[in-house]
Design a protein around this ligand. Structure first.
Ligand code: SF4
Length: 103
């Protein structure tokens, strides 16, 4: 194999990887309710599914989108939460660390 061909064969996969990278970074993964960190704080994607007997601090209307830790913008369906690392939580979710957003 000549060196020019080898050079191109090496560059093409690298270029494809770079082209795909922005899509990966633009769509952070959603939190998994079943992973250890999420279970530890009782996180649910749908706040209405919270076990109110187990989590008496839960009350209807408390959702991630009005929690002080939620990093999504108003109207976003998902947003970051520092308690779940780089993963996104549902705007209608809830966990036991909920803290009402000021204002
Ligand atoms: Fe949702 Fe707030 Fe719990 Fe994060 S800390 S998962 S934003 S309720």
């Amino acid at each position: 194999m000549n060196s020019r061909r080898k050079f191109i064969i090496t560059l093409v996969p690298a270029g494809l990887a770079l082209a795909a990278a922005p899509a990966v970074f633009a769509q952070p993964a959603h939190a998994d309710e079943n992973d250890a960190a999420a279970k530890g704080i009782g996180y649910k994607h749908d706040a209405t599914k919270v076990d109110a007997a187990k989590y008496p601090t839960y009350a209807k209307g408390k959702v991630c989108s009005n929690c002080a830790l939620y990093q999504g913008k108003a109207g976003d369906a998902w947003g970051g939460c520092p308690l779940l690392g780089a993963k996104q939580v549902n705007a209608n979710g809830w966990c036991s660390a909920y803290a009402k957003k000021a204002g």
